[in-house]
Every structure is written in structure tokens, then in C-alpha cells.
Design a protein around this ligand. Structure first.
Ligand SMILES: NC(=O)c1ccc[n+]([C@@H]2O[C@H](COP(=O)([O-])OP(=O)(O)OC[C@H]3O[C@@H](n4cnc5c(N)ncnc54)[C@H](OP(=O)(O)O)[C@@H]3O)[C@@H](O)[C@H]2O)c1
Length: 239
């Protein structure tokens, strides 16, 4: 990855931050995106302190104009990973339409427009990794729009692999991952979710951010994979 540049939106926390750390440790330069300048500044200082190279700009993945403004400041990139998203999970019976539509707004359209803006600036031998989630392949009760959003992202990845070739486009689909997202939730809710997920998987545990970052770095680097979805889920989607 030395001499290469990756745009990582949502790289200030959780899975995105694990990818940032791996990429920077491999000698790559990172362009970070997140919603808070203060958080970005703290992360840029942390990366520089560890010997890495990074710059960063504020961006809101739920707002198309914000994504366009972010990429106007990016001259060139080799890799794109943009998992930064904030959404709610609501059931088919909910009348809270903002909540119901939020996964598509932030996670689907956010990644769609990030690719739209990045595509003209991507190296022909570069790669995009989209973020979905195992709930797309094996839904849980009460989360139909969220499940559909993840399936849509996987379909988008297959389609973009054709439209953007020779740029490679793949999707990573994690199961439940012990990330900062879960650590911010109440301990009781987290441990109940982790227990039920663990019972539903072949490997009997939740995943780590490092395990997802390994998969993303693999998809950045493997020159003959495109249009695939890689499940990092401990076997959750198996029947
Ligand atoms: N953790 C899991 O169990 C799991 C499982 C399957 C899929 N995923 C997917 O993985 C992605 C990241 O999850 P995570 O666990 O790493 O979460 P996380 O630790 O909460 O990290 C989310 C990151 O995204 C940024 N972000 C949030 N909303 C944003 C927005 N609207 N625009 C730009 N950046 C935004 C956050 O920074 P700021 O708050 O500073 O903006 C932060 O850097 C999500 O798309 C999620 O659906 C996670």
C-alpha cells in the first residue's frame, strides 16, 4: 500500500478506524472523512503520532452536497471505503418515516454518491470496498428496511463492478462486530445482542474490527476479485 492513497469516510471510529490503522501501517496515505472536525483533528494527531500519513475533511454521508464538497478537496485516490453512516432500525409497522428511510439515506445513498464523486479520480488499478451487513442475507425481525438496504448495497457492488471496470468493486458484509458503535450502547443491551448473535453463528462469538479490516485490506489488494460480497460473520448467514 506504500505510495497509495485511500479515502476512508467513517475512519474515526470502529471498523473504519481499524482499516485506517492497517492502511497507514502498510505505508499508505489516508484521507479521512467524518462529521466532526474535532474528532477528525484528534484522529489525525493520533495517526501522525503512530508515524502514519493522513489528512481529513468533514463530510456528512446523509447529504449529497456534503459528499460532493468533500470530494472536491480530493485530487486523486486509489482506494475508497466509506462505511460512515448513522441510521435507525425501524419495523414495517413504524410510522416514523425518517427512521425507516434513514439506512437508505445514510448508508446506501451515501456510498452511492461517494462512488459517484470518487469514480473520475480513481486510479484504473484502484478498488472500492462497499459496506453492507449480514442482516441483508439473513434478516432479523423488525428491521426490514435495514435488511433491504444491505441487500441493495450488495447489488450495487455487483453492478458497479461492471460499470467501473477495470476499477474493482467488492462489498464486505460483517456480522455483529464488537466495535465502538456497540460500546456506546448500554452494557445490558450489548451483552444481550452479543449473546443472541453468538448463538446464531457457527463460530459462537461476535467478530472484531481487526477481522473486518483484514477483509477490507484483502479486497483493496487482490487484483482478480470484483463484484463479490465477502461475509465476515462467523458463519451467521449459513442455514
Ligand atoms: N458494528 C457492527 O456490528 C456492524 C455490523 C454490520 C455492519 N456494520 C456497518 O459498519 C459501518 C460502521 O460501523 P461501526 O461499527 O464501525 O460504527 P462506529 O464505530 O459507530 O463508526 C462509525 C463511523 O462513521 C462516522 N459517521 C457516522 N455517521 C456519519 C455520516 N452521516 N457521515 C459521515 N461519517 C459518519 C463516525 O464518525 P462521526 O460520528 O465523527 O461522523 C464514525 O467514524 C456501518 O455502516 C454499519 O452499518 C457494522
Amino acid at each position: 500500500m506504500a505510495g497509495r492513497t485511500a479515502v476512508i469516510i467513517g475512519g474515526t471510529s470502529g471498523i473504519g478506524r481499524a482499516v485506517v490503522d492497517r492502511f497507514a501501517a502498510a505505508g499508505g496515505a489516508v484521507i479521512l472523512g467524518g462529521r466532526s472536525q474535532e474528532t477528525l483533528d484528534a484522529e489525525l494527531a493520533r495517526i501522525a503520532g503512530a508515524g502514519g500519513t493522513a489528512t481529513g475533511h468533514v463530510v456528512d454521508m446523509a447529504a449529497r452536497e456534503s459528499i460532493a464538497a468533500f470530494f472536491a478537496r480530493v485530487p486523486h485516490l486509489d482506494y475508497l471505503f466509506a462505511p460512515g453512516a448513522a441510521y435507525q432500525v425501524a419495523s414495517i409497522h413504524s410510522d416514523d418515516h425518517d427512521a425507516v428511510e434513514s439506512p437508505f439515506r445514510s448508508k446506501f445513498w451515501g456510498q452511492y454518491y461517494a462512488v459517484h464523486e470518487a469514480a473520475p479520480k480513481l486510479s484504473p488499478d484502484g478498488a472500492i470496498v462497499l459496506m453492507s451487513g449480514a442482516a441483508g442475507a439473513r434478516p432479523v425481525k423488525g428491521a426490514s428496511a435495514y435488511a433491504a438496504c444491505n441487500s441493495a448495497i450488495e447489488g450495487l457492488g455487483r453492478s458497479l463492478a461492471i460499470d467501473l471496470a477495470p476499477v474493482r468493486v467488492n462489498t464486505v458484509s460483517p456480522g455483529t462486530i464488537d466495535s465502538d458503535l456497540w460500546r456506546r450502547r448500554p452494557a445490558r443491551q450489548r451483552s444481550s445482542a452479543f449473546d443472541s448473535y453468538s448463538r446464531a453463528t457457527a463460530l459462537g462469538r461476535v467478530g472484531t474490527v481487526a477481522e473486518v479490516a483484514d477483509a477490507v485490506l484483502f479486497l483493496f489488494g487482490n487484483g482478480y476479485m470484483t463484484g463479490s460480497t465477502l461475509f465476515v460473520d462467523g458463519g451467521y448467514v449459513l442455514p
